[in-house]
Design a protein around this ligand. Structure first.
Ligand code: OAD
Length: 257
């Protein structure tokens, strides 16, 4: 495949897409790979070079807040320099095709938002904000990093400021998870893109949607534990596959009238 016009949808998938009204996009780090951001697992992934328990847990922050802060400040700088890629931009265009679409992301990089996706659930929080461990007050990460790039800053109340992301061992934001579960449970079309689908409870959304009868499409160069549920698997980078899928969906919906 070389251009957006090349992807032919299997008949049954085309029919289900033509009828689809409720759509959920579920994304992971692979969707931001072509924006220059690292994934977590696999060759070159962040967790190959660093141990999650030393950087992404409440215990790690308690033990060595400055080290954890520097890692998140570094990631924040990368994210700030990155731009949405054709996959983010194509998913944002899906709002014209499916007005009620919900994008559920495990990414903390704000790239779906910057691409223009408006109904967005950030299941693992966001790098864009920090909050005080003691009083809970939130403020922009940009401000906190500018004021204190190398050590964890403190709030006016004296508490430590921490990144607004979900760490291992922490609960996901309740309202975000509820909204994601509810939409997955009534989706006609569920697209899982760029995720290894190994971190729960997020990964469970795929099965929730499939059990409820959604047409599941997976976009990932590698298979995942949920590939078997996919009616269609696009084994290509998201920046190529999602624009191709978008063009195919536009064609099949135009044909269906
Ligand atoms: P992973 O790093 O686990 O998986 C990334 C997936 O993207 C892999 O399955 C790759 O095959 C795929 N991939 C790589 N390049 C791609 C591309 N160009 N296009 C499409 N897919 C590509 O990332 P997540 O599944 O997002 O959590 O990880 C889930 C959670 O684990 C993260 O939110 C983070 C992490 O630890 C926390 O920090 C709590």
């Amino acid at each position: 495949m070389s251009g957006p016009e090349r992807l032919a949808l299997p008949g049954e998938v085309a029919e289900r897409i033509a009828r689809a009204r409720r759509v959920v996009v579920f994304s992971g780090a692979g969707v931001s790979r072509e924006s220059g951001l690292d994934t977590f697992r696999g060759a070159g992934g962040l967790w190959e070079r660093m141990r999650p328990e030393e950087l992404a847990t409440p215990e790690a922050f308690q033990r060595d807040p400055d080290r954890v802060w520097r890692w998140y400040a570094w990631r924040f700088q990368h994210v700030a320099e990155a731009a949405p890629n054709p996959a983010h931009l194509a998913f944002a265009r899906w709002q014209e095709l499916f007005p009620s679409i919900l994008v559920v992301t495990q990414n903390v990089d704000s790239l779906h938002r910057r691409a223009g996706s408006r109904r967005l659930v950030e299941l693992h929080g966001s790098l864009a904000t920090v909050f005080c461990q003691r009083c809970g007050r939130r403020r922009p990460m940009a401000q906190a990093v500018a004021a204190s790039p190398a050590s964890a800053p403190r709030c006016e109340c004296g508490g430590l400021l921490r990144p607004g992301v979900v760490w291992f061992g922490e609960a996901l934001p309740v309202a975000a998870l509820e909204e994601a579960l509810e939409e997955a449970g009534r989706a006609d079309l569920f697209v899982s893109a760029g995720t290894s689908a190994t971190v729960y409870p997020a990964a469970g959304l795929i099965e929730v949607a499939w059990r409820a009868g959604a047409c599941v499409i997976e976009v990932n160069p590698e298979p995942t534990p949920f590939t078997r549920l996919a009616a269609l698997r696009l084994a290509a980078p998201a920046g190529q596959a999602v624009p191709e899928l978008t063009a195919a969906i536009e064609r099949c919906r135009a044909q269906a009238g």
